[in-house]
Design a protein around this ligand. Structure first.
Ligand SMILES: Cc1cc2nc3c(=O)[nH]c(=O)nc-3n(C[C@H](O)[C@H](O)[C@H](O)COP(=O)(O)OP(=O)(O)OC[C@H]3O[C@@H](n4cnc5c(N)ncnc54)[C@H](O)[C@@H]3O)c2cc1C
Length: 290
């Protein structure tokens, strides 16, 4: 059985939106295909009438400074992010997350937009973008708009993007200023595929010898990519000590919604590991910031 009926390869955003809107049945964008094609082949995805290959859409491919922000197109590959001087300078947590995604073949094909649009609560690039205070640009037939990153997700595997109507164009990240740093870490089963047992990304800004601002993202800390807001509050205006890290962990554990997953880990194991990751990631982000 054919897994799709029509295949388009547009070159512009307008052509892409038109192709999605005019399809007579279910139409979806196809980027690297490392999630979508595998799901289709394995029967985990309903058959698709029209696949719109977005790998040549020029508006999705820039990786550049725009004003006071770094713009990363949704179609930029995970490999290109790793080797980008701009991303290394302004968003080291994202580079570290991308370095851990799949193997070389997957990283060459996979895109950041696909990682986010798939809406898994522990997707590595997604967790890094959440901590880095990203905003997303979305295109539809009524024009382009920007939205806070956290608003893109409704539940595990459920994106808030309107199927066949909205397309992720890219992500805006604030440029790194002196006194700011970020870091990403994860723990994965050695034989594991695709998603970690737990991952943590942290961005922070120093204020003298204390933490002036902080964002902590944890996957899978809930049904959607999750920010540990209570742990952030505990750390604000504190110096980084064993005591403040322990208090932050207590706040994180009081609010995280870890679950047991048969292929990865039990709740208890996740709760144990997140403490180690939180401490390591905080200390690395702090060192980079100071
Ligand atoms: C062997 C293997 C290992 C992997 N390891 C990891 C890992 O370690 N960590 C991790 O996080 N992920 C991992 N993945 C998952 C996958 O590679 C990533 O999620 C990848 O970033 C998906 O991007 P893609 O371009 O291939 O998306 P696709 O498969 O092309 O698309 C995924 C979904 O997003 C939609 N989509 C794509 N682009 C857009 C857009 N611009 N706007 C709107 N919707 C869009 C598609 O319609 C589809 O629903 C792995 C996958 C494989 C096969």
């Amino acid at each position: 059985m054919s897994l799709w009926q029509q295949y388009f390869q547009p070159k512009t955003l307008t052509e892409t939106i038109d192709a999605l809107a005019n399809a007579p049945g279910l139409a979806l964008p196809l980027a690297g295909g490392t999630d979508l094609l595998l799901d289709l082949e394995a029967g985990r995805h309903a058959p698709i009438h029209t696949l719109v290959d977005i790998t040549s859409v020029r508006e999705l491919l820039p990786l550049e400074i725009r004003g006071e922000e770094l713009f990363i197109g949704a179609g930029v590959s995970v490999s290109s992010i790793i080797t980008s001087d701009l991303v290394n300078t302004h968003a080291s947590a994202l580079v570290e997350a991308c370095e851990l995604i799949g193997g070389p073949q997957v990283r060459n094909a996979a895109t950041l937009g696909g990682n986010v649009a798939h809406a898994l609560p522990a997707a590595d690039g997604t967790i890094a973008l959440l901590a880095l205070r990203a905003e997303a640009e979305i295109a539809s037939s009524s024009g382009n708009r920007r939205t806070p990153f956290g608003d893109l997700f409704l539940g595990p595997g459920k994106s808030a993007l309107k199927h066949g109507k909205e397309l992720l164009v890219g992500f805006y990240l604030p440029l790194r200023k002196p006194g700011e740093g970020s870091c990403f870490n994860r723990i994965m089963r050695p034989q594991g595929v695709a998603l970690p047992i737990v991952n943590v990304a942290i961005w922070l800004a120093c204020k003298l010898d204390t933490i002036g601002q902080i964002c902590i993202a944890v996957g899978p800390g809930g049904p959607t990519p999750w920010r540990a807001i209570e742990a952030e509050k505990v750390l604000l205006n504190q110096t980084l000590t064993e005591g403040s890290i322990a208090a932050a962990l207590e706040a994180l554990l009081a609010h995280a919604g870890f679950r047991t997953s048969p292929h990865r880990a039990s709740v208890d194991y996740r709760r144990h590991l997140v403490g180690i990751l939180l401490s390591d990631t905080l200390q690395a982000a702090w060192q980079r910031a100071s």
